[in-house]
Write a protein that binds this ligand. Sequence first.
Ligand code: SAH
Length: 350
Amino acid sequence: MDNLFGLTVEVLVAKCASLNIPAYRAKQIVEWMYRKGAASFDVMTNLPKTLRIDLTQSTTIARAKCVKRWDSSDSKTSKFLLEFPDGVAVETVLMRQPYGNSVCISTQAGCAMGCTFCASTLHGVTRNLTAGEMLDEVLFIDEMLRVEEQKVDTMVLMGSGEPMMNYDNVLAFLRLVHEPYCLNMGYRNITISTSGIIPGIERLAEEGLPVTLSISLHAAEDNLRTMLMPINKKYSVRKVVAAGRAYSEKTKRRVTFEYILIRGVNDRKKDVRTLASLLQGQLANVNIIPINPVVERNWERPTTEEIKKFCCALERLHIAVTVRQEMGTDIQAACGQLRNRHVEERDIFD
Ligand code: SAH
């Protein structure tokens, strides 16, 4: 059956036209689906009963269901495992930050990038998410917050998956959440994180959307970066940094370079120097992410003192630095960890 959830009003208007349903009905339906949380046609009381019955028979509003939930001990971070009708599940995280409610969205089920420190990639990629499925993630959280008279304020595409490997669906999703009949979310409140897929960065620069671009760098020279991120063989450090520079020149927006800090691996004095000279003079900032150790890998997080030292050394070389505030480590909110457990548990039980 045709799933209407995730369609834009334009597409729905066209669908309605082919069924001789007037355009304003399509507008009512999207409002119900996206603003009023309707999961079935029966509740759409401003549609004629006959139309509701017809729609129920010929189409569906397919939503994910939440199969697991974890809350951090301070209850600021909640992680949800959402399962789509085909049984594929992804993680979505809500972080209640001082500046508002932020959600972390997955763009693919699993990931094909193979970064050696990341749990999302251990089982490879299962499939791309559709625009509707990504919308489902954020809407699920927004609907939950509505009960408390709150909403989703900001969104980061930093869950499982590589957004640039699912470019068209991701862009369709961003345009959809921005629509007033949907979540009316400002592009400035959205961050896309990429492992440095250059064609994607170049395409995004041309879109003219004021979203924030975050590039996962994690190492300032090629051998080290290739060891951490195999995609570096294709898109090297210099090329990725140049793409970031071109993006900020084109969009006039500051690009964030993410840098996970792994003790003894990429936090040495020479790493500071190489990183600083690489980014010198660029409209950029470095976001330091102390690594979340994942059981499957053997990397260690530096001490707070060591992290501070690394950041100060970068600042002395005139690089803007922020440190990712840690949230939800007690519920394994780090990328892909929850889903892995789910996949592995299913493997055991299947
Ligand atoms: N594929 C995209 C977006 C998903 S990953 C990308 O690579 O940017 C989002 C961020 O979490 C990336 O910066 C990624 O490198 C980081 N990350 C992955 N595993 C991590 C871990 N174990 N500890 C800390 N950060 C991690």
